[in-house]
Design a protein around this ligand. Sequence first.
Ligand SMILES: [Fe+2]
Ligand SMILES: [Fe+2]
Length: 457
Amino acid sequence: MTNTTKNYRRVNPDHIHDVRSNALGLGGLYSIEVELARLIGQWIARFPEFPEKLSLAEMVYEEAMHAQMLEDRLLELRTNEEDVAHLRARTAPVFKQLEQLDDPDKFLSGLFRVVKPAQQADLRLHLEACPPYVDTPTVRMLERILQEEDRHISTGLSLLAERGISWRETLDFETGLREGLWNLNDIGSSFLSGEFVGKEPISLPVPVWPAAVEYLSTDQQMPDWPVGHKEEMQRCVHELVFSELEALDIFGRYVYEFSGFPWKFYVEAARLCWDEARHVELLLNILDRYDGEIGQWPANAPGYEEMVRCPTVLDKIMMVNVIAEGEYSTDTQTQHREAFKQLGDDLSALLKDYEMADEIVHGRFGIKWARWLSDSTGEDFEVAYRAAKQSLDDFKAKYADESSNMASIVNIPLIRLGPEETESTRLVNVSAKRLVGFSEEQISEMTAEASEVIDEK
Ligand SMILES: [Fe+2]
Ligand SMILES: [Fe+2]
């Protein structure tokens, strides 16, 4: 037996990949990354607290990127597109188990104490068998993936430690999960074809939110607006934190529940999710600086609930990305930025300007994929756009009366997108609309009743 520790670093030519076996192994690693992205996408909205939501949002983006890198390399190694699509339509039992769990603590232990270490080992083994000179692209890619996976594991283990979930207490559960792990030495029998996480998405009518905050559904009335500048600012920023948080939860669901898109869609959706996580962080920072606290008021998630109600994927993307983000949010972000400048809060204004840049990308994402979807399903882009605008107007009309106390919000210079906002008080950032990709005709419709038009060069 030559395979001793001492010889561990010696390259054994018998164990070096040829193109075919390389692609086969990378295909296994690809299926794992794809399933991880979907799984984490699902769990983001199911974790109540900020540390997990924010950490998982970054991870979902990195997993989606890893899958994209692996996909690119697979195509270079002569795997065809159709076979790559099949690799996304298979799973290992461990992933389905983790999808169906009902306990976030168990999910954490399963992900970070079972699945990711097993994945880490397989990434390392594959790397060891990459031939010299010719396969450096795989080596560079796997080294980067390993580095990021290392970080995921240490983040996850520290989250478990912080929550006081001991190694011992999850032992039996983890043993059961290990039965469902894949085996890359026997790829044929380790994946179930035709099954994958999110194939039949488990619905989540409302997101799970921090224990400190009382969740109010959209038809429940929010408490009266407070009096006094400081309190108004705190309330406003508190609402902004949760409007970013609902967006974070929404984009995790995109990765989980929308099947059938090219992988690029999921990479971009996961990036949106991570963008929203950073927006949450920047707003938590602002809330801190205004001495506000999470849970000071209840919070609601009208955007999330509306997304769930939209009947088709095209309707959801149209409502959330094209209209709420591309059309409205580019304006509200501009308004917020200017308002913070007026208040002399330059740091918040600067942060908000970055958020504006992201919002343009989110709107562009919406138009791009809504077009792709209508081209591939035959649904009509314009009809869906009008329908989404109409239902947003209906939504505003329905809740405008019930929230008459919100009339006072206009007294402070930060206005959240919502029932209180009408065309006549609206500022329209025309340059942002052009960057999003709206036509001049659509833009002139948007500016027809605007009170202020901004055209930045
Ligand atoms: Fe955002
Ligand atoms: Fe956004």
